[in-house]
Structure formats: structure tokens, C-alpha cells
Write a protein that binds this ligand. Structure first.
Ligand SMILES: [Zn+2]
Length: 375
């Protein structure tokens, strides 16, 4: 994913992205040589990187778990965990079912349910899978939920965080968005910055790996592997609508704000003229009246300008809030034109309906590794 298209246009975006990457880098500095190994191999040979990830030893997994445990307080800071036994049991049972047929059946994957309206789920590289109640409330079936869980487990099992040396540490998005200052920026620049700040997820290659692993695991566990995509398309459609609406509001408020800025300039000029006129004709009643009128107008103009700036700022905050809620799931799962094809053909291949040669190239390089290792 990671679109770099706007990176060089806005220095501030660079700074924000830099902060996110730096944070991530710092958080990974403590990582094991195992991950270095996995990561190094990726550069030359992605298949080998995947194979190394899928065949990690118990000791290597312990390191991943230690890292996840270290990140956990940051992830859950200020968050309320859902303690409903029935809900926790329902999700944990699903995770156990998927784990049993995964490449990490020995790893006790654990679900943590976070109370939040956000539609979000992620894994921090170890055995912890975080799911937000907003997502749970939104899924239409266990098949959809299983696909999401399997995909997140796929990121963990594929060691994507370690192999990319980048984090999808989600709470940082909100902070990055908050730090975007509106001053001297038009609506489109702001929208560019927001998109930049929000894009820090996994690479497309690793998304595809996670998708393919999710299809394999859900298929093996007896869930419908295609439901994940149903969920995704539904949510994306809704997210796009919300985002477009908010962007429209932001642009509209910016135009209105610009209008008040122009009005203010005109009023400043009028005031300057009447002021100098009054200096020249200090005893003219007309000059004094005009001076007072333009002064009142100038004050009104300033107020209107400030008010409209507030409105622009408010619409930005509302937009940023929407994006930070919508993006967690989309930042790591950006639109991939091949996604449906990859998921569908992996499923068809597993069912024996098509040969591997008829699947997209990403399936052709991932599936042989998956099959070689088996479970
Ligand atoms: Zn993903």
C-alpha cells in the first residue's frame, strides 16, 4: 500500500510520517536477531521470508510474544476492555478453531476485545489479537468475523510486522492527525496531510499474504472464506461516503473562510483610507462618521473571520476524527484491485476447482510455501 505520492509535496507530512516511522523503529529496536534474520531474507527472497516466518521455532515465537506483551500497555492505554464472558468466549473459540488449523497451532492466540465504536482489529506481531466492539457489532456473521480474525492472525504468523520493520501501531494516527495545523493550508493540502498521516500499514505484499493465509485457515476451519471480502466491501463503501461528506464540508468551510479573509482585507483598506482622510480633515464631520463606520465594519470583519476560522477548524476536527475512526482498518487494508481475485481464486484452488497456474501470481508464490509447510 503506502502511497508515497504526496510525500514530497508537504514537508509537514514528511515530518508526521517520519515521527510514525521513527516511533515504530524505536519500538522495534529491541527486536530479536531472529526477526533481523527473517527481515534480511525478505529483501532477496520473499518466499524464503514467508517460509522462515511460517516455520519459526518456539523460542522465536517467545520473542514475538514478548514484544507483543511489551506493546500491549500502549495499545490498551486509556481503552476499556470488554469483559463480557459470553462475547469473549465466542471470539476465543473462533480464534482457537483457526489456530488449530494454522501454521502456529502451538501458539495460544488470545483475543482482547476493546470497547470502542471504531471498526478495527489488529495484531501486534505476537499471540494477541485485538478486536474492537465496533467491528464485532458490525459483522453480519461468524464467517465474516472469522475471516477478519484469520487475516490478523495471518499478519502475526507471517511475521509481517517484523519483516517490514514498520508498525501499524494504530493509536498514533489520532496523535498525528491532531498535530496537523490548519494555518496557511487550504482544504486540499489538509486532506493530503490527513491521508499521508493515516497511511502507515502493511505493504500490499503482506496484505496479500494475510488474505491468502486467512482463506486457507478459514477454509480449513470450516468457515466461508469469501465472507471477509463481503465485510470489507461493505465497510469500505460506507467509509468512502463518510470521508467524502466530511471532505466536502471541509472544502466548503475553507472557501467560506477565504471569503471572510478577502472581506477583511477590503475592510482594512476602507478603514485605512478613512483613517488617512480623517487625518487630513480632522474637523470634517463626514470624515469622522466614515472613520467610525469603517472601524465598526473592520471589527465585524475580524469577528466574522475568526468565527469562520473556527468553523473551518471544527470541520477539520470532525473530519480527522472520522478518518482516525475509519482509517485504522483501511490504512492497513487499502484498496487492492486484485484482492477479490486473489481471495476467490485461492478458495477455488483449495476446493480443487482450478489449478494453481490459473491463480494470480501472488497466490502462485504463496500457496506452494503454505503447502510445503502444511500445518
Ligand atoms: Zn491486514
Amino acid at each position: 500500500m503506502i502511497s508515497r505520492r504526496k510525500r514530497y509535496r508537504f514537508p509537514e507530512a514528511q515530518r508526521i510520517t517520519g515521527v510514525i516511522i521513527l516511533w515504530t523503529f524505536l519500538s522495534l529496536v529491541g527486536c530479536s536477531s531472529v526477526f533481523q534474520q527473517v527481515k534480511t531474507s525478505l529483501g532477496l527472497n520473499p518466499e524464503q521470508g514467508l517460509e522462515m516466518a511460517l516455520t519459526r521455532t518456539p523460542a522465536q515465537w517467545e520473542e514475538a510474544k514478548a514484544r507483543a506483551a511489551a506493546v500491549d500497555p500502549k495499545v490498551t492505554k486509556g481503552m476499556k476492555l470488554n469483559r463480557d464472558p459470553a462475547l469473549n468466549k465466542r471470539l476465543q473459540t473462533m480464534v482457537d478453531r483457526l489456530r488449530a488449523v494454522s501454521h502456529a497451532s502451538q501458539i495460544p492466540f488470545r483475543v482482547k476485545i476493546i470497547e470502542s465504536e471504531q471498526i478495527n482489529a489488529f495484531n501486534t506481531g505476537g499471540e494477541l489479537v485485538y478486536v474492537y466492539t465496533g467491528l464485532i457489532n458490525d459483522v453480519k456473521s461468524d464467517d465474516e468475523l472469522a475471516g477478519i480474525l484469520a487475516h490478523e492472525m495471518g499478519h502475526g504468523i507471517g511475521a509481517h510486522l517484523q519483516r517490514e520493520q514498520r508498525s501499524m501501531f494504530l493509536p498514533s494516527i489520532g496523535a498525528a492527525l491532531t498535530s496537523i495545523a490548519l494555518q496557511n493550508k487550504n482544504a486540499d493540502q489538509v486532506i493530503g496531510l490527513v491521508n499521508q498521516a493515516a497511511s502507515s500499514g502493511y505493504s500490499r505484499r503482506h496484505e496479500r499474504e494475510a488474505d491468502i493465509l486467512a482463506v486457507v485457515y478459514t477454509y480449513r476451519a470450516g468457515y466461508n472464506p469469501l465472507s471477509f471480502e463481503d465485510f470489507f466491501q461493505r465497510i469500505r463503501k460506507r467509509a468512502d461516503q463518510v470521508k467524502q461528506k466530511k471532505e466536502k464540508g471541509l472544502r466548503k468551510n475553507y472557501v467560506a473562510y477565504q471569503q471572510t479573509a478577502q472581506n477583511l482585507e477590503r475592510k482594512k483598506k476602507d478603514f485605512a483610507i478613512s483613517n488617512s482622510n480623517l487625518q487630513k480633515h480632522p474637523h470634517s464631520r463626514q470624515a469622522r462618521n466614515q472613520f467610525q463606520r469603517t472601524r465598526v465594519n473592520l471589527q465585524k470583519g475580524k469577528k466574522e473571520h475568526d468565527r469562520q476560522y473556527m468553523r473551518y477548524q471544527e470541520s477539520y476536527q470532525s473530519y480527522a476524527q472520522a478518518v482516525s475512526q475509519l482509517f485504522p482498518i483501511f490504512q492497513s487494508h487499502p484498496a487492492d484491485p486484485e484482492r477479490v481475485d486473489i481471495i476467490t481464486s485461492t478458495y477455488q484452488y483449495l476446493k480443487g476447482e482450478i489449478p494453481l497456474a490459473q491463480t494470480p501470481s501472488s497466490v502462485q508464490y504463496i500457496m506452494p510455501v503454505v503447502e510445503k509447510i502444511g500445518r
